[in-house]
Design a protein around this ligand. Structure first.
Ligand code: CO
Length: 205
């Protein structure tokens, strides 16, 4: 298995370098991505691939069910580096339909550590119980919850001192909430964009 992986890597490296001579040498000197992506660890939703971006174009943090925990040092370290060092312009929180983490958060089964990790999603499910009950199927309910988790994630990133400080010093950073469809490979904008610390809907009013 590993030999196969290493062989595929060598093929990819050679192909990439023949398409664009000096590609790796150039990329090695600096990275200047415009996007910071917070997504799910799910193997079917790789940020670069689904967004059609090359190496160097997106800085990535992924975790189970793309949860934004306000005290997650891993996420916050990546976020701070993206904002302060890389001067990222767009931050994307991306969830996906058919998310196993969201499903686990709706089940009455023990999942070990994941139950702690997914607690914010359980809280969302309780807060939006009336809306979620209107969904016509269990699958639709979970997909709606995946959307709510993205919107909540955008809000939480916006509330971090990292973003608040960046906006206060005039940095032009926008946050977007997207959801990816495993069945069609498409990203959808959930319309919860935040720019300069304000929701776009609020800014338009
Ligand atoms: Co997932």
């Amino acid at each position: 298995m590993l030999d196969n992986l290493l062989r595929r890597n060598r093929d990819w490296s050679a192909r990439r370098n023949s398409e664009e001579p000096g590609y790796f040498a150039r990329l090695a000197t600096r990275q200047t991505p415009e996007f910071f992506w917070i997504g799910c660890s799910d193997s079917r939703v790789p940020a670069n691939v689904v967004a059609g971006l090359d190496p160097g174009e997106v800085f990535v943090h992924r975790n189970v069910a793309n949860v934004v925990h306000s005290a997650d040092m891993n996420l916050l370290s990546a976020l701070e580096f993206a904002v302060d060092a890389l001067a990222i312009r767009e931050i994307i929180v991306c969830g996906h339909y058919g998310c196993g983490g969201v499903k686990a958060a709706t089940e009455d089964l023990p999942h070990g550590l994941a139950d702690h990790w997914l607690e914010p999603i359980r809280r969302l499910a309780r807060a939006y119980a009336v809306d979620l009950a209107r969904c016509e199927s269990t699958e639709a309910r979970r997909d709606k919850l995946a959307e709510l988790n993205v919107v909540e994630g955008v809000r939480r990133v916006a509330e971090t001192p990292i973003l608040q400080r960046a906006w206060a010093r005039g940095a032009e950073i926008s946050l977007h909430g997207l959801i990816y469809g495993l069945r069609d490979g498409l990203l959808r904008d959930l319309g919860c964009t935040v720019s300069h610390g304000k929701l776009e809907q609020e800014a338009a009013q």
